[in-house]
Design a protein around this ligand. Structure first.
Ligand code: C2O
Ligand code: CU
Length: 470
């Protein structure tokens, strides 16, 4: 784990032991997969320098801190066309853009380095504590680059969270779930050919890894633990459940602590989503408890709506231990702007699919163009937006810049576990959500996209630009 204010990570190829036998050649942050977990106090400026040591054929890279409230130039912009990526198969990019117009000046060229500054401050206060992650975000290639290994976890702590009687230290466990496919030599497959286009472009792998390990086990004491679970898979969703039939208590989403804890038997996580769960192992002393993924009940049986079925990680529970932790009845109140947000959306983001032999995903009828923004919210305002899925495939819409308050789903009040701040939203076919966000601190462009990363690479991305009021 890295806790320094100045972070230096080499992006390089490394041999990672995953399956029995030969190690897997991966692209890594700092030589490990996942990349090192970074843990920082809210409100303290953090500078992360990434040096691109992958071969030139990897092209330019860009690093996004997912969940961070970051200046546009440090947000890991996807960039545009370059000599290494002279055309886009899916996106209609305006011709003859300057490096600045396309955001290419923000990319990391092979052999070069870039320093990203993260203030960890939002709207006049330290950012809220949250479980975030960092990953590549390059135009057309994010799915491929993340599949190769460019992802790591990032935790922000703050005083409110630290002041609660929750499990900490070795009882606070971040878990990154990814699925991957391997060939006979334990090497990653390359399922990204031009044949994989919308709507059949979701990449899955047979092997599900937790923190880069296949079906790992972990020893825990017989007491409460805080599991921070991230779904970093390209396409797959997981419907989490404990094998001992006990419920878990969800305390946080992608955006940190919820207003109040919610007891849950199962927790569905689509790509990009996180949940923090308090699991009480006191009644399971001496037993083995599996965290597994089960079929989703009551959801549509459509592409992307089905969850993985199988074990993820086994906890080997030791002796029952005295436990002074507990889950308070209230956690973190919603910010004032959320309560005041209008329930009526003033902007709409509609997902559809193009026509032709190699259709792209579309937002409001268009693919991604780094030079174009589709909405211009003013700095310091709160806006209400609708996200709607007009396709037959589920999508996971993610918005950069800030956290979003989910006001309604399909015209109804959201379930208790999503009536709070989040930044990634499951949209089953035909669904719509209404969310409000506040545009503080940073002017400039920020992307909105599906976090089924192959969809993002195949056009399902747009952006808004925060502008000066007036
Ligand atoms: Cu996790 Cu725009 O990304
Ligand atoms: Cu999608």
């Amino acid at each position: 784990m890295i806790t320094d204010a100045e972070i230096a990570l080499d992006i390089r190829s490394a041999q990672i032991p995953i399956l029995p036998g030969r190690p897997t050649t991966m692209w890594t942050y700092g030589g490990t997969f996942p990349g090192p977990t970074i843990r920082r106090p809210a409100g303290e400026r953090t500078r992360a320098t990434f040096r691109h040591l992958l071969p030139p054929t990897a092209g330019e890279l860009t690093v996004h801190l997912h969940g961070g409230h970051t200046a546009s130039a440090d947000d890991g912009q996807p960039g545009g066309l370059t000599a290494a990526q002279p055309r886009s198969l899916y996106c209609d990019i305006s011709p003859r853009l300057s490096d600045r117009e396309s955001g290419n000046d923000l990319l990391i060229a092979p052999g070069a380095a870039r320093t990203y500054t993260y203030e960890l401050f939002e709207d006049g206060a330290p950012e809220r504590a949250a479980f975030q992650w960092y990953h590549d975000h390059r135009l057309d290639r994010t799915g491929h680059n993340v599949w190769r290994g460019l992802a790591g976890m990032w935790i922000i702590d703050d005083e409110l969270d630290a002041g609660l009687p929750l499990p900490r230290g070795e009882r606070d466990i971040p878990l990154m779930i990814t699925d991957r496919a391997f060939d006979r030599h334990n090497q990653l497959t390359e399922p990204f050919g031009p044949a994989a286009h919308a709507p059949d472009d979701g990449v899955t792998g047979r092997s599900v890894l937790v923190n880069g390990a296949h079906l790992p086990h972990h020893r825990v004491a017989g007491c409460r633990h805080r599991l921070r679970v991230l779904n970093a898979s390209n396409f797959r969703s997981y419907n989490l459940e404990l094998s001992n039939g006990r419920s878990m208590v969800q305390i946080a989403t992608e955006s940190g602590l919820m207003p109040a804890p919610v007891k849950r038997r199962r927790v569905l996580l689509g790509p990009g989503e996180r949940a923090e769960l308090i699991v009480d192992f006191r009644a399971s002393a001496g037993e083995r408890v599996e965290l597994r993924s089960v079929r989703r009940r009551g959801g549509p049986d459509k592409l992307g709506s089905r969850s993985y079925v199988g074990p993820l990680i086994e906890f080997r529970v030791g002796r029952r231990r005295a436990d002074a932790t507990r889950v308070p009845r209230t956690l973190r109140p919603l910010p004032a702007w959320a309560a005041g947000a209008s329930p009526t959306p003033e902007r709409h983001w509609r997902i559809s699919i193009g026509r032709g032999l190699r259709p792209a995903w579309l937002i409001n009828g268009r693919t991604f163009d780094a030079a174009r923004a589709d909405a211009f919210p003013a700095l310091g305002t709160t806006e209400t937006w609708e996200l709607r899925n007009d396709t037959e495939v589920a999508h996971l819409m993610h918005l950069h810049h800030t956290d979003w308050y989910l006001i309604s789903r399909n015209g109804r009040r959201p379930a208790p576990w999503e009536a709070c701040l989040k930044e990634t939203f499951l949209l089953d076919p035909g669904e719509r959500v209404v969310v409000a966000g506040r545009f503080a601190d940073h002017l400039g462009k920020f992307v909105v996209h599906c976090h089924m990363i192959d969809h993002e690479d195949h056009g399902l991305m747009s952006q808004f630009e925060v502008v000066e009021p007036g």
